[in-house]
Design a protein around this ligand. Structure first.
Ligand SMILES: [Zn+2]
Length: 349
């Protein structure tokens, strides 16, 4: 999904989420001829409708975002927005967010219709937004809206979130249902925003066991990360037998990311996105966090090429990914083993 308007808004001059990072992804892929490949197509987004937003968000919240968009100077703190906080109100934020959300939904529609096997909206993946509150740079929760609309069609949805932060907003939206399985692999809430995402958060009622959290230790490297992913995600997706895969591919787990402490490289990410592809499901993919602009450009370019089944040029990869040895190796492996064991013990059977 592409439109330069997806990359043109500015949260605040000093804000870490820079939508212009997507220009680096687009230009990298264009220079590689990715969009000229026979199975690639670049589609323009549409605006989401208010009815679509209200699948997840309270009407009063949508009205508040509209007001903030038109008049950002007023106080919107009760809706999770503040001038110097994580999620500032800014002029045009409602319109920018409608397009961001609509890009995910337009891709979803193409996938549902069988015209595309997979869609990717790098602007989306805004997984922290809550029903009545903006949070963590996220205004409208496009992954939750997509999962909800898919569930409304009677489809079983596997949502897998590989952002460094817990996918709390998506988890909250589907905490009581077994129709959407949410799996989030993230840096533990003991060390990182939003402070949630422990294995004990497993869903309630019919949803018990259908919220799965793998809370990884800070400094988890490729070896530990891929071991954890392989132990949890493919087995649970196979057990769940979904009709569709929705992936949030925030790339702030990268070892150079300035906001997080995971030590994941493009190698582990390529492995994970290959696994997504191997599920052989209709697939709605989106971006998410990512605050080192070079890592974002290379990482999502690699992931888009993997989605296409195209070769990945070696120069896009990290030259020298971090890898622990000795006592640190043992400590990371023990802690990730515990995270995996706890996640699997809490999951549906
Ligand atoms: Zn994140």
């Amino acid at each position: 999904m592409w439109d330069p308007r997806l990359a043109s808004h500015v949260y605040r001059d000093d804000h870490p989420l820079k939508p212009r990072r997507l220009i680096g992804v687009h230009d990298t892929l264009e220079s590689l001829g990715a969009f000229q490949r026979a199975n690639a197509v670049v589609l323009a987004p549409r605006d989401a409708t208010v009815a679509e937003l209200e699948r997840i968000h309270a009407p009063e919240y949508v009205r508040a975002v509209r007001d903030a968009s038109a008049d950002p100077e007023r106080d919107y703190s009760r809706w999770g927005m503040s001038a110097h906080g994580d999620t500032p109100a800014f002029s045009g934020m409602h319109e920018a967010s409608l397009l961001t959300t609509g890009a995910t939904l337009r891709g979803m529609e193409e996938v549902l219709a069988g015209r595309l096997r997979a869609s990717f909206n790098g602007a989306g993946g805004l997984h922290h937004a809550m029903r009545r509150r903006a949070s963590g740079f996220c205004i409208y929760n496009d992954p939750a809206i997509a999962c909800g609309l898919l569930a409304d069609r009677g489809l079983k949805v596997a949502y897998v979130d590989i952002d460094a932060h817990h996918g709390d907003g998506v988890q909250a939206a589907f905490y009581e249902t077994d129709q959407v399985l949410t799996i989030s692999l993230h840096e533990t809430g003991r060390a990182l925003f939003p402070g949630t995402g422990f294995a004990s958060e497993r869903g309630t009622g019919k949803g018990a066991g259908y919220s799965v959290n793998v809370a990884l230790p800070p400094y988890t490297d490729d070896r530990a990360y891929t071991t954890a992913f392989d132990a949890v995600v493919p087995p649970l997706v196979q057990r769940f037998k979904p009709d569709v895969l929705v992936s949030q591919q925030g790339i702030d787990s990268h070892f150079t990311d300035p906001l997080t402490h995971l030590q994941v490289s493009t190698r582990a990410r390529e492995h994970v996105v290959h696994a997504f592809r191997s599920f052989d499901l209709p697939w709605v993919a989106m971006g998410g966090g990512g605050y080192d602009l070079d890592a974002v450009a290379r990482g999502w370019s690699i992931e888009y090429l993997v989605m296409l089944g195209a070769p990945v040029p070696e120069h896009l990869h990290d030259a020298d990914p971090p890898a622990w040895t000795g006592d640190e190796r043992d400590a990371i492996d023990v802690a990730t083993d515990v995270a995996v064991r706890d996640a699997l013990a809490a999951a549906f059977t």
